[in-house]
Design a protein around this ligand. Structure first.
Ligand code: 1CP
Length: 343
């Protein structure tokens, strides 16, 4: 059976414009909180294919999205390269042994050695595929090498990125070595996700905006394109979504062999359409906080529909859904996307 979501990624006619939400499998759902409580900590949930499968499928059943996104985290990569990842309650991810030198980098596992340790992710994908309806797509994902490197170098989330930017300007060779090693692992990781059954790839560059526009290609985009080229050569039928968050100044320079460009909420959709709409399908881009109001949600969905004309578009939020959004409002968003775009 053809999947509306995959057809839309390739620009084919679909009966309506498909929709999913970033962070749709998460803390705004009471059913997620229940499974999360049984699992204990967040990483244990990622390591348990049965439970990870269950929370992946929840938003498909509860809010009616057209695609499921694998439940995992971008940081399982550095964890399996040998860094010691912890999720500290109320604080977020932490690595106690950030990379400070080439010797630190050389201690980490690379390529196949690291990618083959992520069996719990591939097992989760296989379980999901057994249970997901044939007309729904499963999105697999990874972090862009730059976004992963920010955590590996800083040791945690950061507001200033001063440690990795110090490396960018004072020891760019070391930063490139880190990015290249992560890129090799990510290529094989995504290849294994595809072999396990995902229908779509999304690459998240959540911290793209930390890089000045003139350096963005050198330190991030070209590595994302390298991953896309590697996957496209082997799996042309698997669409790739690139989501670099917050880089309107780079829109003119976007290039690469992929199908969908994810537009974040700070970039006007009309601008993205003008710059990229002929080359790529555009995904996005409602401000996630509009979900607090049904009226504000409807207004935005209608505006997006007017701008895109129901063509070459996938509805989504312009970043992740927040934990205190009422489930009813999330359902309203999905229903409105389907209503306004129905042919
Ligand atoms: O206790 C919990 O439930 C922890 C919250 C949480 C969740 C639900 C984290 C911790 N990760 C996730 C799952 C997750 N992460 C998914 C799958 C679920 C879905 O999308 O429905 C995905 C795709 C991610 C990806 C991810 N993790 C990104 C990229 C996307 C984005 O939102 O920008 C990033 C940057 C992370 C790192 C991360 N994971 C979790 C936290 C608290 C953070 C740090 C964010 C920060 O530094 O601000």
């Amino acid at each position: 059976m053809s999947k509306i979501f995959v057809d839309a990624c390739f620009g084919k006619e679909t009966p309506y414009t498909p929709v999913w939400m970033m962070r749709q499998a998460g803390r705004y759902l009471p059913q997620y909180m229940e499974v999360r409580a049984q699992a204990g900590d967040f990483l244990s949930l990622c390591h348990d294919p049965k439970k990870a499968c269950e929370v992946t499928l929840q938003p498909v059943d509860i809010v009616g999205v057209d695609a499921a996104i694998l439940f995992s985290d971008i940081l399982v990569i550095p964890d399996e390269m040998g860094m010691d990842l912890e999720f500290i309650k109320g604080e977020g991810p932490k690595f106690n042994d950030p990379i400070k030198s080439e010797a630190d980098l050389n201690r980490l596992l690379g390529g196949e050695e690291a990618a083959s340790r992520l069996t719990y992710v591939y097992d989760t994908i296989k379980l999901i595929k057994e249970q997901l309806a044939d007309d729904k797509a499963l999105i697999g994902f990874c972090g862009a090498p730059w976004t992963l490197a920010t955590y590996m170098i800083e040791g945690e989330g950061t507001k200033t990125y001063n440690i990795c930017k110090k490396m960018m300007y004072s020891d760019p060779e070391l930063l490139h070595k880190i990015l290249a090693k992560v890129t090799e692992v990510v290529k094989l990781y995504m290849q294994k996700q595809i072999e396990a059954g995902i229908d779509v790839v999304q690459i998240f560059d959540s911290w793209a905006a930390a890089i000045e526009p003139s350096k963005y290609d050198e330190f991030s985009w070209k590595y994302m394109v390298e991953i896309a080229d590697y996957l496209k050569a082997k799996y042309p039928h698997i669409p790739i979504i690139m989501f670099p968050k917050g880089i309107p100044a780079f829109l003119d320079k976007v290039y690469g062999n992929f199908e969908v460009f994810g537009v974040d909420w700070s970039t006007p959709m009309a601008l993205a359409r003008e710059k990229l709409g002929e080359k790529y399908i555009l995904q996005g881009n409602m401000e996630p906080c509009r979900l607090y109001s049904k009226e504000a949600t409807t207004e935005c969905v209608e505006t997006l529909q007017n701008i895109m004309g129901g063509k070459r578009h996938i509805f989504n939020l312009g970043h992740g859904i927040l934990p205190d959004v009422p489930v009813e409002n999330a359902k309203h968003f999905i229903a409105e996307c389907h209503r306004v775009s129905k042919k």
